[in-house]
Write a protein that binds this ligand. Structure first.
Ligand code: CP
Length: 306
């Protein structure tokens, strides 16, 4: 990653650049909200365009918090309501028109149909990918990895098991990139209809969840992305029985293992609510760390602009 570039995927990062983002994020985490209030009298130094063409809670709010903490004003588009997208303006035209108002950079959540790589080439300012269809969610993979790194001081050689809708998961796509850079191992447990056409050569597949849980250091439960399914092979009762995470299934996971879910969670489908109170659950820690990794990326992006 050059300091002036967009963050569309994780393929161009070196491990040194990622560990430097982690170090910055963990330094930022030491500053309390009160410290910021008393020591950081920042007026807005500029505007950042947050364009969310698909719904979001965690990513949008954490980028908003990160902008404010960095002394930047977030300009927010959240869905089409109240915008000229309702009058059939294209997302591409919307982005070019907002660029004309000179935001410092863009943070964009987009459907697969929008080509973020072409848009990045067409813009004079960077883009940070805030979740792109099924193609990637780099900041989610980074915050997952930061949480594992913070917990153990290392992520190298750890076994990370994804359970559920692997086929439609942009989080998995970004972990496939990040695992190449940070050298951790990926495993998958899901029914055949949630398997992508190809899995990476070195990855593990477990048709029985309990075997995957025994292998894993970290288990990442994934939301069933019904909005992206084109067919309906999914059978809820059968799925929950075989792949739903609950206290009883999780006895197979080691005592020092970690349980992750990127959110939003559909309780009773991919996970039972009782899992949140398992001492190994990091679900809200991920949300907390999401702010720091995004603030760290924003500061890196600003360095490239200044
Ligand atoms: N994990 C995640 O991207 O959540 P949101 O869709 O709420 O941003």
């Amino acid at each position: 990653m050059s300091s002036t570039s967009s963050v569309i995927d994780l393929k161009s990062f070196s491990s040194q650049e990622i560990y430097s983002l982690f170090e910055k994020a963990l330094d930022l985490k030491k500053v309390t909200p009160k410290d910021r209030l008393t020591h950081n009298h920042t007026a807005a130094r500029g505007c950042v365009a947050l364009l969310f063409f698909e719904p979001s809670t965690r990513t949008r709010f954490s980028f908003e918090v990160s902008c404010v903490r960095s002394g930047l004003h977030p300009l927010i588009l959240s869905g089409s309501s109240g915008t000229s997208l309702e009058k059939d303006e294209t997302p591409e035209d919307t982005i070019k028109n907002i660029e004309a108002m000179k935001p410092l950079f863009f943070i964009i959540r987009a459907p697969d149909s929008l080509d973020l790589n072409s848009i990045a080439l067409d813009l004079n300012v960077p883009i940070i990918n805030a979740g792109w269809g099924k193609k990637g969610h780099p900041t989610q993979a980074l915050l997952d990895a930061l949480t594992v790194f913070e917990n153990w001081g290392s992520i190298e050689n750890k076994n990370i098991l994804f359970v559920g809708d692997i086929k439609h998961s942009r989080v998995v796509r970004s972990h496939q990139e990040l695992s190449q850079v940070l050298k951790y191992n990926l495993g998958y447990s899901c029914p055949a209809y949630f398997l992508p056409e190809q899995l990476e050569k070195k990855s593990m597949y477990f048709s029985h969840l309990s075997e995957g849980l025994q292998w894993a250091d970290v288990v990442v439960s994934l939301r069933v992305q019904k909005e992206r399914h084109l067919d309906s092979a999914f059978d809820l009762a059968d799925y929950v029985k075989s792949y739903g995470l609950n206290s009883s299934q999780l006895t197979a996971l080691k005592s020092e293992g970690l349980i992750l879910h990127p959110g939003p969670i559909n309780y009773g489908v991919e996970m039972e609510k009782e899992v949140l109170s398992d001492s190994r659950s990091q679900v809200l820690k991920l949300v907390e760390n999401g702010v720091y990794i995004r603030e760290s990326i924003i500061q890196q992006t600003l360095k490239g602009i200044l």
